[in-house]
Design a protein around this ligand. Structure first.
Ligand code: ADP
Ligand code: ZN
Length: 822
């Protein structure tokens, strides 16, 4: 009986379908294997989705090679891939590839060699040159050939192949990320006998090494043995056959150099214990629904303690867990809190690790070595067997949505699918839940638990605030102006900052924008300098006197005069982190401040460094963008100043208010986390805006009620679903024309199929309308199920890579459930 395999191949065809191949006799292939298969004239990578004894087509070709002998994707992962391919409209292979271990998939390499030296066929002069070039070498990489003779030489090369002069072979490119081997010393049987006989020898160094090895204290590597005992000692032991060199795999473990003291589990407060009880019962009753719980707890209420307890329960049920944090900067503190409770059972996965570390962690997780995996967005695909629990901390964060690459998945949505397949429990935690999550919890799709009060070490609540949260003051900056204060600091913020610093306490100043000011404008003609390749105004940076585009990152020299009218009277508007830091340095020269944003801390190391130095007290003031708002624990901070709360409020996004509300609440949550009470001062020009008002009283319900009413009125999610179709083109006319063409075609389809409940919004230029020299237009499809409309345009148009074979038209990118419109 023949055996067949359904395989998803790495080609932009067929969207969510697989292709049928036969399994050659004797080849060991299973579901989830990574293979090489012939596809037309090429060899392609593929993932085996199913092994069957039936093929729908009569002439199946053989699988060429199994590339990795272990299964790469589990049955659960294969089901997730199928779901992602359908939901996010990408090919099955694209969906599968986000779950691969790092470096697995590198494409093929084509080698060209001479097949027939004695041909009579006449060559053109280019063909002759190519032929000579190849025949001088045994084989030549196709790409080298093309770069040597130019792209146009491809036709000539192909002709030489077709008439049998040259030969082309495709080879799988080996993964660059390989296991790391080291040579280690080992006692031979001879050596074993020799030491046991306690011989009297003069070579005491050699004896010393042998004895250490007998006691199991051998240096891990030969190199280390040579360093400790001397080159000649190791050499002569090897020569005498008393020791031998064996290749051992070295585990690149990101936590190997960290030492965690075993910490006991906290005595939970009654409120925390109640939540834990709910989670425990959900973990036990795997058949019961719902499988998800929203933990709505104010900042510092001990959500993390509840997560730790949940993981403990999960391990008690002999299951494993995944814990997601919104960004790399937050992993060290979360890892610390878990690793000190579950010693040796914690794995870490994020892009701040080296490729080698990621590779080794991935395979060790896959082999069941860790009870908990902690990581950022893509760690939702950690190959954790026996999954029992997924925790998503700060579930409202946009970083859980993959905005670059394909598929544009949301880790929270993937987690819900995982829960459906594996019956794992999902715990979503936040002080400011996404309104779409909150309404699901209110409607009973998720369970809802709340922790309304902060955990206070002192046990005493600050009498000024019921929940133990910091006291908040809202400052109307229009009043400040009226009273003649033009500074970026209101009188209240200035005097409180002074007070805080004099008491030796710490302050955070939050500005949601990097740089010195957001834009420059000529005071006489009104000209605003913009980036040449992205249609956005340039941001001033004071260090090095430059301007920078915050989309493409290109820096230019600061203009001294207007490029339009040559006037030197250039004004700077808007407030950025640099401006605030400079102002602090002028007003409080005796105190040290630090700036934390994407310009000042680019790497994981820099993050950790700034944070630990601030926690240690080296700086009194931290000026930062949203990175400081995230859940960092900074116990000495007693004052948080939101320098301008309005930034972002007026962006053309339906989530703009929600975003501002979340940011202010989160950054306010940094104040007063230690023994001393904290306070928050919010400066705004729109004190009557509901998001600002609700944020200043940390009143989530009040915000939610207004926000959900607004969403209902304007049919925004959760009252609709959105699919964004994006187009980029270097030619402005082509971009606009194609956007209009697709728009018309969508309208026609909607009428034909009677899909009147789907709105087609646009086409409009995106914001910014040009990035890195590419013009951008988009169309939004909105309705209860906008996918239906895309399905109707099926076959007529051209398939495309980014669309994963969904036939909209070449050059379009699909984003299902986008987080931004722009
Ligand atoms: P959240 O995750 O909600 O922001 P955390 O879990 O970080 O809150 O808790 C805030 C602080 O209170 C932490 O320092 C934590 O160790 C402490 N804490 C919370 N609950 C307890 C508890 N039951 N026992 C001891 N300390 C606790
Ligand atoms: Zn730019």
């Amino acid at each position: 009986m023949s055996i067949y395999a359904d395989i998803a191949v790495d080609a932009p065809v067929g969207s969510e379908r697989t292709f049928s191949y036969s399994v050659p006799v004797g080849m060991d292939v299973a579901e989830g294997h990574f293979v090489l298969v012939p596809f037309g004239p090429r060899l392609l990578h593929g993932v085996v989705f199913e092994i069957t004894d039936f093929s729908p087509v009569s002439n199946t070709r053989n699988i060429s090679q199994v590339l990795v002998t272990k299964t790469v994707l589990s049955p659960v992962a294969l089901r997730i891939a199928r779901w992602m391919s359908e939901h996010y409209l990408c090919t099955l292979f694209q969906a599968a590839s986000v779950m691969f271990p790092v470096g697995l998939h590198r494409g093929n390499i084509s080698w060209i060699s001479v097949k027939n030296l004695n041909s009579e066929v006449p060559f053109s002069s280019l063909e002759q040159k190519i032929f000579d070039y190849v025949s001088e070498r045994s084989r030549v990489n196709m790409n080298d050939l093309l770069s040597n003779f130019g792209k146009k030489s491809r036709n000539s090369i192909m002709r030489l192949i077709n008439i049998g002069i040259l030969d082309k072979t495709e080879l799988h490119r080996e993964s660059l990320v390989k296991p790391l081997y080291r040579s280690s010393p080992r006692l031979t049987q001879l050596g074993e006998k020799f030491v046991s006989s306690s011989p009297q020898v003069r070579a005491y160094k050699q004896m010393e090494l042998l004895e250490a090895m007998k006691k199991g204290q051998a240096p891990e590597t030969l190199a280390k043995a040579r360093r400790m005992f001397g080159y000649s000692v190791v050499r002569s032991l090897l020569d005498k056959g008393l020791i031998e060199s064996v290749d051992m795999v070295v585990d690149r473990d990101p936590l190997s150099t960290s030492i965690y003291d075993l910490k006991g589990f906290s005595q939970l407060t009654p409120a925390q214990a109640e939540v834990s009880g709910t989670v425990a019962s959900m973990l036990k009753a795997s058949k019961s629904n719902p499988r998800a719980l929203l933990l709505h707890g104010v900042t510092g209420s001990g959500k993390t303690e509840v997560y730790v307890e949940a993981v403990k329960q999960c391990i008690g049920n002999e299951k494993k867990a995944i814990v997601l944090v919104p960004e790399i900067a937050l992993t060290p503190q979360t890892v610390e809190r878990f690793a000190s409770r579950f010693i040796g059972q914690v794995a870490v996965l994020h892009s701040g690790l080296s490729d080698g570390e990621r590779r080794d962690q991935w395979w060790k997780i896959r082999d069941g070595n860790y009870s908990v995996v902690i990581g950022t967005r893509s760690a939702i695909f950690a190959p954790q067997p026996d999954l029992g629990l997924v925790i998503i901390d700060e579930e409202h964060e946009w970083t859980y949505k993959n905005t670059e690459g394909v598929p544009k998945y949301h880790a929270r949505d993937v987690a819900m699918q995982l829960a459906g397949i594996t019956r794992a429990v999902v715990v979503l935690g936040s002080a400011t839940p996404d309104v779409e999550t909150y309404i699901r919890a209110k409607r009973g799709r998720y369970r809802l638990s709340t922790l309304p009060n902060r955990y206070l070490t002192s046990g005493i609540l600050d009498p000024r605030s019921q929940s133990g949260l910091a006291r908040t003051t809202l400052i109307d900056m229009r009043d400040e102006l009226k009273k003649g204060n033009k500074d970026i600091f209101s009188r209240t913020l200035f005097s409180e900052l002074k007070d805080t610093l004099e008491k030796g306490e710490q302050a955070i100043l939050f500005v949601n924008r990097r740089g010195a000011s957001s834009f420059m404008q000529c005071r006489s003609c009104g000209y605003v300098p913009r980036c040449n390749s992205c249609d956005v105004s340039l941001t001033c940076h004071t260090d090095g006197m430059k301007t920078m585009c915050h989309y493409c990152g290109r820096a230019t020299r600061l203009l001294s005069s207007c490029s339009l009218c040559s006037d030197t009277n250039l004004g700077r508007y808007g407030i950025g982190t640099q401006l605030v830091e400079d102002r602090v340095k002028i007003l409080f020269p005796e105190y040290k401040s630090v700036r934390w944003d994407r310009d000042s801390a680019k790497t994981y190391k820099e993050y950790k460094d700034i944070l630990s130095r601030f926690r240690f007290g080296e700086y009194q003031v931290m000026v930062g963008t949203q990175v400081v708002a995230k859940g960092h624990d900074m116990p000495k901070v007693t004052l948080v100043g939101v320098v301008s709360a309005d930034v972002g409020l007026n962006l053309p996004e339906f989530r703009a208010s929600e975003r501002v509300f979340q940011l202010i609440c989160q950054v306010s949550g940094r104040a007063g986390r230690g023994a001393r009470p904290g306070q928050v001062i919010i400066q705004t020009y729109q004190p009557e805006h509901y998001a600002i008002k609700a944020a200043s009283s940390q009143n989530y319900e009040a915000f939610f009620d207004e926000e959900i009413a607004y969403r209902r009125t304007f049919k925004h999610p959760p009252y609709s679903r959105i699919i964004k179709l994006m187009r980029q083109d270097t030619n402005v006319n082509n971009c606009e024309d194609e956007a209009k063409r697709l728009f018309k075609s969508l309208q026609r389809q909607r009428d034909i199929w009677g899909l009147s409940d789907i709105d087609i919004i646009g086409p409009t230029p995106s914001f910014p309308s040009r990035v890195r020299g590419h013009y951008r237009w988009h169309i939004l499809l909105r309705g209860p199920d906008p996918r239906k409309l895309l399905e109707t345009i099926g076959m007529k148009e051209v398939a495309n890579d980014a669309l994963g074979g969904r036939r909209v038209s070449k050059g379009w990118v699909v984003d299902v459930d986008p987080v931004t419109f722009g």
